[in-house]
Design a protein around this ligand. Structure first.
Ligand code: F6P
Length: 530
């Protein structure tokens, strides 16, 4: 478990890094390449089919060495062991954090408890296989005897973002005759316009909710049930073959009326934002097939093993986490951009917003003290080349420090050589231009590119299910490492509760809460008919 006395700012490394940061303003990344032999090799890490080059950062070899010492002086290694061993590291909820167990294989297990857990996971995954196979093979029939052509995943946050990202990312492998739709927002326009395009007789709704209590999901599900009734006279659709439940709360799903055999359960120790590997990923398995779903798990497992065994200086999640800490805590960066040069990864930034910001947007330490240093960065981004014609102006010539993750797949069998060369050329060109900059021609200061803008480049050989799994697990562990060094609990999300409570209170006909004057005036304005 964690060391109660640990505080990052009390380590020698933290103090040394603070000193090094005072000179960092004078650091030129281009000069680091000239002065530091072997920089690219030292600052590159391979893990199976992924390559991370972090040499284009405002990080000298001296700073890198000190960041590694910070990791050593933190509780990271113990904390990592505790994570994989299933210790209750989510202290505020007294829970283990075991999403990695979902992708573990028999040979990774040692204790009896791990074997027992693995048997339960295997049963749960077998049900995902059985249901997804039946849907894919046209054997899962709706109430009028027709095969399923459309799956509507109703869920929000982790019950939406991961599956939706994977569905888009792995489009190359998707079933030709089955479309998946994702409904998250409680905005009725979303579900109503989606359902209007579908045939209820061939539609399956997957109600995806870890808790099976989430307001948005339950209201959207209710609307879907009404739609079945209105369009095909199907009463109590929740008990028909048009509805399945994906949840860690089977009791609620059963009470809702879903037959037990159609409730695909997963364990409480799978955090919502880490749940795409569980039955929450049913829509992924329907789309790409269960074997490819297993490949995705396998890629994540490969990253788990890398994270557990690679030395810190060659450990990809550790490197990405330390670089992020350098910018956040020592150079004052407020945000970090994620820019995939791959349109199928367009949802990656929003997926990572939940993963990173819900995990590490915390202000108290594991033992409940206020932190005296910044924690999770603001994550944002979108795909290149689109972003080049939107926000890259600010990246090149603006005043803010924004470290960037450039991400690309070296080969893309859905594209062609001509397009892919241009796409990758743009990525490399932008990363290089941001770093090297260019002096302004005389009298034209607006054409000055200051350069020295840092980035990581992350390459996958191809966007296979395996590499996609590894990519997501990489970010999961990066977030874990940062949370560990910051000594915060990355696995709860109490921050979202108060707003939910206020929203619920406002839904009462006569809200029994004292509203602030601004909200009261807005509420009254909305309630008035004028
Ligand atoms: O509001 C935050 C949150 O609890 C997320 O962590 C979670 O992914 C989402 O809501 C949805 O929760 P559920 O899967 O229980 O419906």
């Amino acid at each position: 478990m964690t060391n109660a006395d640990y505080c990052p700012t009390k380590t020698d490394a933290w103090n040394n890094l603070q000193e090094l940061a005072t000179n960092a303003g004078k650091t030129s990344i281009a000069a680091l390449f000239e002065n530091e032999s072997g920089r690219v090799a030292e600052m590159s890490i391979s893990a199976d089919q992924l390559l991370l080059d972090f040499s284009k950062n405002l990080v000298s070899q001296r700073v890198w060495a000190e960041l590694l010492i910070l990791a050593e002086q933190s509780d990271l290694k113990n904390h990592r062991d505790a994570l994989f061993a299933g210790a209750p590291i989510n202290g505020s909820e007294n829970r283990s954090v075991l999403h990695a167990a979902l992708r573990a294989q028999e040979q990774d297990l040692s204790t009896q408890e791990e074997h027992h857990r693995h048997a339960i996971i295997s049963d749960q995954l077998a049900q995902v296989r059985q249901v997804s196979d039946a849907i894919r093979q046209g054997e899962w029939l709706g109430s009028t005897g027709k095969a399923i052509t459309d799956v509507v995943n109703i869920g929000i946050g982790g019950s939406d973002l991961g599956p939706k990202l994977a569905y888009a990312a792995l489009a190359e492998f998707s079933h030709p005759d089955i479309q998946i739709h994702y409904i998250a927002n409680v905005d009725g326009a979303e579900i109503l316009t989606t359902l209007a395009k579908l045939n209820p007789e061939t539609t399956l709704v997957a109600i995806a909710s870890k808790t099976f209590t989430t307001q948005e999901t339950l209201l959207n599900a209710k609307t879907a049930l009404r739609w079945f009734e209105k369009e095909m006279g199907l009463k109590n659709a929740q008990s028909s073959t048009h509805v399945v439940g994906l949840t860690a709360n089977p009791k609620n799903a059963k009470a809702y009326g879903i037959p037990e055999s159609q409730i695909l359960e997963f364990a409480e120790w799978v955090g919502g934002r880490y749940s795409l590997w569980s039955s929450i990923g049913l829509s992924i398995a329907v789309s790409i097939g269960f074997d490819k779903f297993l490949e995705m798990l396998d890629g994540a497992r490969a990253m788990d093993l890398h994270f557990q065994s690679a030395p810190l200086n060659k450990n990809m999640p550790v490197a990405m986490a330390l670089i992020g800490i350098w910018y956040s805590n020592f150079l004052g960066a407020q945000s970090a951009a994620v820019i995939p040069y791959c349109e199928r990864l367009q949802l990656l930034p929003s997926y990572l917003q939940q993963l990173d910001m819900e995990s590490n947007g915390k202000g108290i330490t594991q033992d409940g003290k206020s932190v005296s240093y910044d924690t999770g960065a603001i994550i944002w981004g979108q795909t290149g080349t689109n972003g080049q014609h939107a926000f890259f102006q600010l990246l090149h010539q603006g005043t803010r420090l924004v470290p960037i993750d450039f991400i690309a797949s070296v080969k893309d069998s859905l594209s062609n050589e001509e397009h892919h060369r241009v796409l990758l050329g743009n990525m490399l060109g932008q990363a290089s231009a941001l770093m090297t900059g260019q002096p302004a021609p005389s009298g034209e200061p607006h054409r000055h590119y200051p350069g020295n803008k840092p980035s990581n480049t992350l390459l996958m050989r191809s966007l296979s299910a395996k590499n996609f799994g590894a990519l997501i697990a990489l970010y999961e562990h990066k977030v874990f490492v940062q949370g560990s060094i910051w000594n915060i609990n990355s696995f709860d999300q109490w921050g979202v509760e108060l707003g939910k409570k206020m929203a619920n209170a406002l839904l009462d006909d006569s809200p029994n809460i004292t509203l602030d004057p601004s909200t009261k005036a807005l509420f009254e304005y909305m309630a008035s008919n004028d």
